[in-house]
Write a protein of this length. Structure first.
Length: 118
């Protein structure tokens, strides 16, 4: 699986951005998908995830502001980010993983920069 993230940019606080992650390869629908972010000097953290079955999970810091979705027909996952705050500034990474038996297959995209100005 290869992942290509896009949609980052510079936005003022209170604004919105929509990140997209396009996946290549077969059997996209079996992948659990997620968005992570990493701010300078901080560890990478989970922002939102959606399982192959559609179960959603969000970090507390983004609940009510961010929405993750997927389109299996387009092999894509999205992150709609509203009411952005300066603390949302980070490089955002797309992640995909699935299990085949006991083996976990884990993939990362290249990251897209999101900068929120105050």
């Amino acid at each position: 699986v290869q992942l290509q993230a896009s949609g980052g940019g510079l936005v003022q606080a209170g604004g919105s951005l929509r990140l997209s992650c396009a996946a290549s390869g077969s059997f996209f629908s079996r992948n659990n998908m997620g968005w992570y972010r990493q701010a300078p000097g901080k560890q990478r953290e989970l922002v939102a995830s959606i399982t192959s079955g559609g179960l959603l999970n969000y970090a507390d810091s983004v609940k009510g502001r961010f929405t993750i979705s997927r389109d299996n027909a387009k092999n894509a996952v999205y992150l709609q980010m509203n009411s952005l705050k300066p603390e949302d500034t980070a490089v955002y990474y797309c992640n995909a993983y699935y299990y085949s038996g006991p083996t976990k297959y884990n993939y990362w995209g290249q990251g897209t920069q999101v900068t929120v100005s105050s």
